[in-house]
Design a protein around this ligand. Sequence first.
Ligand code: M6R
Length: 365
Amino acid sequence: DKGNHRHFMEKEIYEQPEVISHALGHYVDFTENRVSAAASAIDFARIPSLAISACGTAYLAGLIGKYWFERYARLPVEIDVASEFRYRDIPLSPDAAALFISQSGETADTLASLRYCKDLGLTIGAVVNASESTIARSSDAVFPILAGPEIGVASTKAFTCQLAVLAALAVGAGRARGTISIEEERVLVRHLAEMPRIMASVLNAIQPKMESLARELSKCRDVLYLGRGTSFPLAMEGALKLKEISYIHAEGYAAGELKHGPIALIDENMPVIVIAPHDRFFEKTISNMQEVAARGGRIIFITDERGAAASKLETMSTIVLPNVDELIAPMIFSLPIQLLAYHTAVFMGTDVDQPRNLAKSVTVE
Ligand code: M6R
């Protein structure tokens, strides 16, 4: 049932504040502002490293998770798309743990990577939506993302719920490993707790702008997304979402890689979507944006209030989100990216929930 929505994808985008709050309730104790026992089903204090493997959007959630596990828990993370991971002969210690992220819990390559790690003796954790799935049943520890059924082929609420769960796991791992203090844990958990309310207000505020911008995007053949830090995987997720449902060619790049190749593509016909919250990397990303502007590139700037105030550059459009902590920025910044892809596809008249050539669950290699 789509309720008042035209497509399941739209419904699932708007469900995010509610499902994230549900997912967080499982991993976080809001009275104490601590991560709860559900997040410690893997003993993060005792492992030397963590491997992460997944496909598509779930892989991009894992990439953001890598930044968090390294930053908050000082835990080295090896990550790859499952179709590479399973064949790479990665030197993995049996003392390590491996996390497999999958909405469906049935993705063939992800399951094969899991079995590979299991044979090597690693502790297996599954971050899944379908908790009765093969991947869940094959794991030592299951971390449900509690997003509810996701019908749209383009993943939206599963992505942000995967992120919310990975954020809680990374903060919990940081506590277990003593790399963050109880006070730091409390501060981070309070930021997580604010997410549902912020998401609801952002969804409400940006919708009209996303629709008018989508009209512009629907005329383009190519779109480039740029970001640094956790905004880099988000740039790739933005590009994946747009190409999946609108069939517009899009690429996500690390902003710092611009001058190593993609800058050659810049002209007035290819919009550049820059994802840049006012974080540690902001100034660097702004100088990349300047390089785009100097070559006549049209910029769609997705930033926060501080970022908007700090940049004087002229843009095709600037989307201003509230200032939020670095930990929750990827979830908040996912919203404009999802809505932009959604409305562009609606303009182009594609089959948004069932895009051509794609299946919701990829159970063959
Ligand atoms: O069910 P899974 O999470 O294992 O699926 C992985 C990918 O097939 C999936 O995320 C795909 O990339 C989506 N269509 C992205 O929107």
